[in-house]
Design a protein around this ligand. Structure first.
Ligand SMILES: [Zn+2]
Length: 373
């Protein structure tokens, strides 16, 4: 029987989920809030969830069969999963390949279900982009805590004691010796904090660091960071009093979100300038799709792509932009898919980085990318 895998909320997990594919619409994707995984009747409610969400009208006989088999597999899978805590979930089942996978989400999502030839991961990918995990160093001269900010809260990832005393007023040689010893203690303390921080960044593949706490100590810490690490520091928050993880999370979240918007703006300008200069960039659905298919995309910037049609053929698997009523290759009736989801799938399959924006990107024709070559 199939294994149920539980994935952490990372882009690596998204890439793994995009490998679940079929020519037919045989892949079921279900979004649900974490609250539905707790309580005495949780499993029963979850088991019937997609059936209620997924209309059977306008399905072909083949698709109706896929729907029935997917719902059966979903019911079996749900009974076996022991869900860890999470604010939200996306589940994917494919009865043809016997894949069952769940991924944690950083927020409580609304209920939704989709039946398609691949998982509908666009909402999940958008959420991961908007709520990207980051590292927090909260430190003063006495103690330091390193946190992982993810899934809507701070999780402790390491703790250190500094216990570095304040300056003592003395004169002469002993004072100098005292200062030297104190400098050395600060040096070792900072190096130990940075070691722990590096471990967290590497294991969680984080791109953002927030420094909070005593201003002077944070300065000492940053001075000792390698340039590669220092460029990931997105904000420095002096905090005077002792604060709990919840407070620290509430105060650091806006800076992390602001960094997200800065990155979007930077990428939009970079694509526009590079494309204007005839460099390695594409804009608009047609050119971007061609670059995605050739795996040339380094960094995709994608808006909602409303009004851009995308079709797929259930017969031969053909697909493309536009809305032909019949497949140009085999004349079967086509069905419509979300262009933004297809583009995102291709980007993850090609190892591209993806940046989502709520902006319609009118100046780029809705979508654009920086290219590898
Ligand atoms: Zn066809």
């Amino acid at each position: 029987m199939t294994e149920q895998t539980i994935h952490p909320p990372t882009t690596a997990s998204l890439s793994r989920l995009t490998t679940i594919q079929g020519d037919d619409r045989c892949v079921l994707t279900v979004y649900f809030p974490g609250s539905l995984t707790t309580g005495p009747k949780a499993a029963n409610k979850l088991m019937e969830l997609p059936e209620n969400l997924l209309g059977a009208e306008s399905l072909t006989p083949d698709e109706t069969e896929h729907r029935r088999r997917s719902l059966d597999l979903w019911r079996i899978a749900i009974r076996k999963v022991d869900f860890p805590a999470a604010l939200g979930w996306v589940g994917v089942v494919s009865w043809l390949t016997e894949d069952v996978a769940f991924m944690q989400l950083p927020v409580a999502v609304e209920l939704a279900a989709y039946l398609d030839n691949s998982p509908f991961l666009l909402p999940a990918a958008r959420l991961l982009d908007d709520f990207e995990a980051y590292a927090v160093v909260y430190a003063d001269h006495a103690r330091a805590t390193i946190y992982l900010a993810a899934l809507g809260k701070l999780k402790e990832a390491g703790k250190l004691r500094g216990e570095i005393k304040n300056h003592v007023r003395k004169g002469g040689w002993s004072q100098q010796r005292y200062e030297r010893r104190r400098d050395k203690e600060i040096h070792h303390y900072c190096r130990a904090i940075l070691d722990k921080l590096r471990q967290l960044i590497e294991s969680e593949r984080l791109r953002r660091i927030v420094l909070a706490g005593d201003r002077i100590l944070l300065g000492e810490l940053e001075k000792r960071m390698a340039p590669g690490m220092r460029k990931h520091v997105v904000c420095r928050l002096p905090m005077e009093d002792k604060k709990g993880p919840h407070e620290i999370f509430q105060e650091t979240l806006p800076s992390a979100a602001e960094q997200e918007r800065r990155e979007e703006r930077w990428l939009r300008d970079a694509i526009r300038n590079e494309h204007g200069a005839g460099g390695r960039a594409v804009v608009g659905p047609a050119d971007t799709l061609a670059a995605l298919n050739e795996k040339r995309v380094r960094w995709l910037l994608i808006g909602p792509m409303k009004g851009v049609d995308f079709w797929r053929c259930p017969g031969c698997g053909g697909c493309g932009l536009g809305r032909p009523p019949a497949c140009p290759q085999c004349s079967q009736a086509t069905y419509a898919q979300s262009a933004a989801n297809e583009f995102t799938d291709l980007a993850f399959a090609g190892g591209s980085r993806v940046e989502f924006t709520g902006d319609d990107l009118a100046e780029l024709g809705g979508v654009g990318a920086l290219l590898r070559w």
